[in-house]
Design a protein around this ligand. Structure first.
Ligand code: HEC
Length: 189
């Protein structure tokens, strides 16, 4: 009997601890911590860099995986695909846009259209691995504009451009900057 009582007393702290744990688990389930109000805002440059990482990766993978098909007239080359997707995004009313640009373009519609685009493309002559950032006022609205070097990531970039009859430059080399990806983010909504 005495021994039994001793055992029961020894079990009390264990029981209390178990009840405490069960109560805490229950409290956590029933009273979730109220979500703190986070004062977070993304800088336009970080947004542009993130968009560019996705756009450039998609373009790279598309170019590698389809390099053998670009000679088929019916199959869109990486630059035609780039424009189709950017136009599809623009049609959804997003507050950013992106285009391909070059100082020596195959198509004149890809020549720089603003002073910032021109300065960005020119900056690659001395800083081929650095993006160019600026703010510009267009149509009465301020924009953050980023110009990223568009590099010949595959031999197919170089071959197609060098062979194209409308190309103003015929001696591109793999790894060379062929133009720029311009990403523009509206600063006024
Ligand atoms: C099979 C052909 C082909 C391949 C491959 C190709 N391009 Fe193009 N690229 C074009 C054509 C055609 C245009 C002009 C598109 C237009 O009419 O807007 C163009 C446009 C561009 C432009 C805009 C300036 C200009 O020349 O009009 C850049 C920059 C560019 N390409 C870079 C690249 C890079 C980098 C790659 C590889 C990742 C690549 N291209 C692969 C055919 C090609």
């Amino acid at each position: 009997m005495k021994c039994k009582l001793k055992f029961s007393l020894a079990a009390v702290p264990v029981l209390v601890a178990a009840m405490l744990v069960a109560w805490m688990a229950h409290a956590q389930k029933t009273e979730p911590r109220s979500k703190p109000k986070l004062a977070v805002s993304i800088k336009p440059q970080h947004l542009a860099d993130a968009l560019h990482a996705v756009i450039a990766s998609e373009r790279e993978v598309y170019t590698y995986t389809n390099a053998h098909r670009f000679l088929e007239q019916s199959f869109p080359n990486p630059c035609a695909m780039f424009r189709l997707i950017s136009e599809a995004a623009a049609s959804k009313g997003v507050e950013f846009s992106y285009v391909l640009r070059s100082l020596k373009p195959i198509s004149q519609r890809n020549a720089p259209e603003t002073e910032v685009e021109r300065r960005g493309l020119e900056s690659f002559a001395t800083r081929p691995d650095q993006p160019y950032y600026a703010e510009e006022m267009l149509g009465g609205r301020w924009y953050f504009t980023a110009v990223y070097p568009d590099v010949a990531v595959s031999q197919s970039c170089v071959s197609c451009h060098n062979q194209h009859k409308a190309s103003l430059k015929k001696d591109f080399k793999p790894g060379e900057v062929m133009g720029g990806v311009v990403i523009r983010i509206a600063l006024e909504l």
